[in-house]
Structure formats: C-alpha cells, structure tokens
Design a binder for this molecule. Structure first.
Ligand code: GLU
Length: 476
C-alpha cells in the first residue's frame, strides 16, 4: 500500500464552484496515481459562515464530477470523524500540549485594546505584530478567552511542489489564535492537527494560504510534527485572464453544470487543464489517462484562465463520442415535456439527428419540441428570413405545393428525401437557402434545425406533409 495520502478540505460555506473543485481533482489525482488514499474533510469551524445543505452540496458535486474518496464524512475509517466540529476534543488535547510546553497562552486583551495597539503601530508605520505585546502574566486559560500560539519568530525556506523554493523572514511569524473564545479552533490550528492525525502526506491547496505557510511551519515545530509536502495551485482567472475567477464573474457551481447537461467526463477533463498539461498539445483526457499522466511538477505557477466556451466545446466532443444508447440513457432528464408520450425508439431517432450539433444536454429542450408536437404557424419566421422576406405569399405557396407534390411519392428515407429535395431545387431553379428554409419553417416552425432530410425522415411522411398543408393554408 502506498503511503501517499491527500485530502480535500472544503468549508461548507457555499456551493462548490467549478474553479474550486480543481483543488479536489488535483489532490485526488495525486492520490490515485500513487495508489494512495484521498480523504474528504469538512472544515466547519467557522460556524457562522456554514450554510444549510453545504455538506450535501460538496458531496453531490464531487460525486457528479466523478471524484470519490476513501475516507470522509459518509465513509468512516480509522482517522475519523471527518467533520471538524466533531473533533473538538482533539484540538483541545493538542492545545493543552502546547500550553504545557509553554507554547500557548490565554489572550485577555479586549477588542478596544487591540484596536488601539493596531492604530499605534499604524501611526509609527510598523506592521502590527501581536507578539510585540504579549501579556507578561497571562492567566490560566479557561476556555473563555482565545488561546494564542507563543510563536518563535525566525526565517524559513521551504519547497512548494508547484511554486518552487519559497522564503520568508521572521516578520512573517506572529502569535496567532489557535482556539477562539467560542471554543472552536481556527483553520490555522485545526487543519494542522487534522493533517497530522489523518497522516496526510501532501497538502494541496489554493493560493490564498501561501502567505500563511511560515506560520504553519512555526506551529508544526511547536507541536513537534513533521510538516507535510505542500503544493500551492495557481489562481483560476476569469475569461479576460486578468481577474481572479469569482462567483460574480462567471464561476458556475458544479451542480449548475450538471443541470445544464455538461458531462462529468468533460467537466473533469476541463478542470484538469486549469493550470496543468501533460507537456504535449493533447486536450482530451479520459479519467484513466489523467490518473496515469497527472503530475504536480507540470502544474503551472501562473494563473489559469477559466474559459467556459472551452468547456462547452469539450462537452460537444464528448457527446459525439457517445453511442446512441449511451446518449439516450444520459439525457433522460432533459426532454421537453411534450416528449413524455413518445417511445424510446423515436427519441433515439431524434437524438441521432441532433447528436452532431448538441453542445450540452439541456439544449435538447430548445432543439427538439417540434419533433413532439405541432407548433403554431409563426409568420415572423418568414418575415424575418433574409432569403424569404422578398418573396410574396403566392410564390411561397407555389413552392410549398410543388414540394408537397414531389414528397407524396417519397418513402421518407433520408436518401430518398435528399434526392427529391435536390431535384426540387433544380426544377424550381431555387437556392437551398430559399427553398430549404421555407420547407424547414413549414415542417419545424423553427429558424434552424438539424439537416432537413434527416429531420423530415424522423418526423415521418404524415406529419411532414400535414405541416406543409398547414403552412399553405396559413399563406392563403
Ligand atoms: N477549509 C479551507 C478552504 O475551504 C481549506 C484549505 C486547505 O485545503 O487547507 O479554503
């Protein structure tokens, strides 16, 4: 068994976004590749910010994209529990150890006092460091005050598996809070205790924590722990490539992509490429290939652009790779209501003509209604069509009558329809843009559709001709 253990440690403070899930994916890939374990840990020590349904959202999102965990809140194992609010006794135990060794003390300062000290530091243009104002005789910690680390200021050098050699000076070290006055540990303390107890070997996380690493190193030393390997992922940027991806700027929730009909394989492939490549120009990676090829040493240091258009493009590629049966079984939640009464064979025929152009499953709702019900004639489609608007009604009617006359003898196979439609073009001396647009509008009441012969073949003779009749009447 490999000793590699990684974790994803989200806080249930909001829905998991597609940029954030990258941290989970990279940590999962590192564990999978090494035949190690991947742990899901819920960091809910900021009780005020935890939201209802937060944990379920995390679990559903990871499950959707295809990231599974060996240990986690719903997968108990030796190192649990995996929810921080259920581990308070463990933080207390290590807090007491630090107190005993003289490395933690009760902080009795009031907010007013702290504000004043901060203000003084600002006036004298010095950074505020709590350690400059340590109380001389702190009382015994009774749990009602914050507990602070008695830091040991010193410079550090460490190696980040992505960012490379890192360095910090003593000024980066301060006495930070380990346990808050509400009895909950801070992230800074809890994650260090947990990573140690859960035997995490690689801490893979986002940018925002890199400036705190010197403090973490100081705490590892105070606790006598060996620091795990650390990897800091590059920021995820929005489409402009200039700003950090944010909820306001285009970062969708993982579950929104599910509801839109993005395939999990495509999403995983797309997320993997947010700051990683295998050194070639390959863009399509199966899950197995990612596990085999992923390596932190090929994660870039600079920001990764989140381009949703790229995701949609990839999704189309994945959709086209599906067999008709697979596609059919995947889209069951995306049919328009009018499709309910139609059988699977008919739905598969519909899918066979749209598969080529389908970019995500929820498009089915807009692309297919005419396959399932007769839509009212919409004259605007003709009035607004640049090839048709110059023709008068009698010309349009004439063209439709000729079409009907030709199609009544068709068996409505795609081949025969193609042949007859092309003949009509020659006979009527018309351009496809004119004649086919008109027939398309008549049979689908839509401005665009899959190939005309394909579409009409699926609709069948009866329906297609009846709709042409309806349009002829409407033009009369
Ligand atoms: N709870 C932290 C977050 O959600 C985890 C950071 C880490 O991976 O250590 O940002």
């Amino acid at each position: 068994m490999s000793s590699v253990r990684t974790r994803f440690a989200p806080s249930p403070t909001g829905a998991l976004h597609a940029g954030t899930v990258r941290t989970a994916l990279f940590a999962w890939l590192v564990a999978k590749k090494a035949n190690g374990q991947f742990v899901l840990r819920i960091e809910d020590t900021d009780q005020a910010r935890s939201i209802e349904g937060g944990v379920k959202n995390i679990i559903d999102s990871l499950s959707f994209i295809g990231i599974d965990w060996d240990e986690g809140p719903n997968k108990p194992s030796d190192f649990g529990p995996y929810v921080q609010s259920e581990r308070l006794d463990k933080y207390q135990e290590f807090a007491q150890k630090l107190i005993k060794s003289g490395r933690a003390y009760a902080d009795v300062s009031t907010k007013d006092e702290l504000d004043k000290l901060r203000e003084n530091a600002k006036q004298s243009k010095k950074p505020f460091l709590f350690r400059d104002y340590r109380p001389e005789n702190p009382p015994v910690w009774n749990g009602s005050q914050p507990l602070r680390l008695m830091s040991n200021p010193k410079p550090y050098e460490w190696n980040d598996l992505v960012m490379g050699k890192m360095k910090s000076g003593a000024e980066a070290i301060d006495d930070f809070i380990l346990i808050k006055s509400d009895g909950f540990p801070t992230y800074n303390f809890a994650h260090i205790v947990d990573d140690f107890l859960m035997k995490v070997t690689h801490v893979i996380r986002s940018q925002e924590f890199i400036s705190s690493v010197p403090r973490f190193l100081n705490l590892y030393e105070a606790l006598g722990f060996e620091a795990p390997k650390m990897a800091t992922l590059p920021p995820v940027l929005d489409t402009t490539g200039k700003r950090k991806l944010s909820k306001r700027e285009g970062a969708k929730q993982v579950l929104e992509y599910r509801d839109m009909g993005i395939m999990p394989e495509a999403l995983m492939n797309f997320v993997a490429l947010l700051g990683w490549n295998d050194g070639t120009t390959q863009e399509i990676f199966s899950k197995e290939e990612l596990i085999q090829k992923f390596d932190l040493s090929r994660v870039q240091k600079g920001g990764a652009q989140f381009r949703e258009d790229q995701l949609i493009f990839l999704n189309g590629v994945y959709i086209r790779k599906l067999s008709l049966d697979e596609l059919h079984s995947r889209v069951s939640d995306f049919w328009p209501e009018s499709a309910t009464e139609f059988d699977d064979d008919y739905k598969k025929k519909v899918l066979s003509v749209i598969q080529e152009r389908l970019k995500y499953f929820s498009e089915i709702t807009e692309l297919t209604p005419f396959f399932f019900k007769d839509l009212p004639v919409d004259m605007k489609l003709i009035d607004e069509n640049k090839f048709l608007k110059s023709l008068d009604k009698s010309q349009l009617k004439e063209l439709l009558n000729k079409t009907k006359a030709s199609l009544v003898s068709s068996d409505f196979s795609v081949e025969d329809l193609t042949y007859k439609l092309n003949n009509l073009l020659t006979e009527q001396d018309q351009k496809p843009a004119v004649l086919f647009s008109l027939i398309r509008i008549a049979t689908t009441q839509a401005a665009s559709s899959p190939g005309l012969a394909d579409t009409m073949s699926v609709l069948g003779k009866e329906k297609s001709i009846a709709r042409i009749d309806t349009m002829i009447n409407a033009l009369s």
